[in-house]
Structures are given as C-alpha cells and as structure tokens.
Design a protein around this ligand. Structure first.
Ligand code: ADP
Ligand code: ADP
Length: 229
C-alpha cells in the first residue's frame, strides 16, 4: 500500500528532512509513525500525498510509482487517500453534511448517492443526528470525527492521519483511534503520524520511529517507557 525505497528529502534551502528511509505498509495494515518534532513525520505524509517529491529514492502508493506520475494524474492518486489533520480544516459556515459531502461534490456524484454516502459516513463516526449542525456547535472531538467522516466518504483504501489527536484529551484520543481501528477492520490501511507516545503505548500496533530524518525503529510497540531515543 505504501512503499518507501531509499527515500531522501532535502528542501530547497538545504534543510535535510529525510535520509535513506525504507519501509512499507501492507494493504489492510494499521501502523503509527512517531518521532520528535522536526524528525520528518510531516515530510513522509507529504511525500505520500504528493504534496512534496523525494529528492532521491522512490515512493510507491497502491502500486503507483509516484516518481513517474504526471501532474494531471495527481488528483487520481489522491482519490485513494483519505487525509485527516490535527486542525480538522472544516468549513465553519457549512453544515456537517456539506463538509462531509465536499469530496463527493468535487467528484460529481449525484445528490442521491452523495446523501447516501454522507449519512453512512456520519453513522460510522456516530454523528448521524448532527448532519444539519454547523461545526461550531460541536465539541472538539465531534469536529475531529466530522473530519474523519469527510476523509472516508470516498471509501479510500488508505487513511493518512497527521497528529489526529493533537488537540484532544486522552479519553477522546482513544475514541478517535478506536474509530481508526473500525475502519482498519473493514479493510482500510491506516497510517497515523503522532508524537503522542502515551496513546501509542496503549495500543499494540506496529510503530515506525524517525529520528533526525532516519528510520531508527520499526516494530510492534511493546515498549511503554515513553522514549524516542
Ligand atoms: P515533523 O513532522 O516530524 O515535525 P517535518 O517533516 O515537518 O518533521 O520536518 C523535518 C525537517 O524538515 C525539519 O527540520 C523542518 O524544519 C524541515 N522542513 C519541513 N518542511 C520544510 C519546508 N517546507 N521547507 C524547509 N524545511 C522544511
Ligand atoms: P509539524 O510540526 O506539525 O510537522 P510545523 O509547524 O513544523 O508542522 O510546520 C508547519 C508547516 O511549515 C509545514 O507545512 C512545514 O512543511 C513547513 N515548515 C516547517 N519547517 C519549515 C522550514 N524550516 N522552512 C519552511 N517551511 C517549514
């Protein structure tokens, strides 16, 4: 589903963000990506979502080699990826329904199909009765779940999350991760970047750890010591 082969990234200006990173995430797998601030987590997510290109090496997503992708194919590849952000980036003057419907409207789905899918997505995240609300009327945890519904409404095979629990307390964070587990059990690959070591420690998932742009560990997280280095 995700494959990095000897990937290095140096930003214009000379800042080296990744050095010879190798890993892969299998279809149907759920894994965490962690590391200190500046370790390169966001850069990895940006390479996967085609917001940045590697300086050296290859990134493959769902069998597509991103190094040979044409500009006009980018939207097509991105359709396979549901993105979830820390700041959920909802449109505050639009209803919950309209926020979740956005990706389908962009793709030209019919009203009937859009409505069906939006309600199914809201049902999955437990917000079926909030469709008509404005996001401002919801709690932080609920807003994050709207962001998740929007990310899955297209039924992408891969969910990417960047600090999805950054603004939430431990209990709500756990609920969000449980939601990711539900999607994972339905067959979706899930890749979560987080520096919330407490959260990772409570889950028994594969954890990839970055340090100064290098992948230093990759394995089942059984270490609850809460140290990166
Ligand atoms: P993390 O997500 O783990 O905090 P990042 O991937 O954001 O790490 O950053 C890795 C390194 O690359 C940092 O040194 C950061 O300052 C640098 N960096 C990130 N984005 C850019 C950019 N657009 N231009 C220049 N340097 C960047
Ligand atoms: P995070 O810590 O959540 O990864 P940051 O706050 O470090 O994010 O970065 C926010 C944005 O600024 C990102 O788009 C990142 O690529 C960019 N950025 C980070 N470091 C630099 C840098 N040194 N120069 C230019 N842009 C940067």
């Amino acid at each position: 589903m995700i494959k990095f082969e000897q990937v290095s990234k140096t930003y214009p200006g000379g800042q080296r963000a990744l050095s010879k990173v190798n890993f892969h995430v299998e279809p149907g797998e759920m894994a965490f990506l962690t590391g200190h601030s500046g370790a390169g987590k966001s850069t990895i997510l940006k390479l996967i979502s085609l917001m940045e290109r590697p300086t050296v090496g290859r990134v493959l997503i769902n069998g597509h080699d991103l190094s040979v992708i044409k500009r006009r194919q980018i939207a097509y590849i991105r359709r396979d990826i549901g993105m979830i952000f820390q700041s959920h980036q909802l449109l505050m003057d639009k209803s919950v329904f309209d926020n979740v419907a956005l990706p389908l409207v962009i793709e030209g789905f019919t009203h009937r199909e859009t409505s069906k899918r939006v309600h199914a997505a809201l049902e999955m995240v437990g917000l079926r009765d909030k469709a008509k609300n404005l996001p401002i009327m919801l709690s932080g945890g609920e807003q994050q779940r709207v962001g998740i519904a929007r990310a899955v409404v297209n039924k992408p095979p891969l969910l990417l999350a960047d600090e999805p629990t950054g603004n939430l307390d431990p209990k709500l964070s756990m609920e969000i991760v449980r939601l990711f587990e539900d999607f994972n059990q339905a067959g979706v690959s899930v890749f979560i970047a987080t520096h919330d070591l407490g959260l990772i420690a409570r889950m028994k998932y594969r954890t990839l750890t970055l340090k100064n742009g290098q992948m230093i560990t990759d394995g089942l997280n059984d270490d609850t010591s809460g140290e990166w280095s």
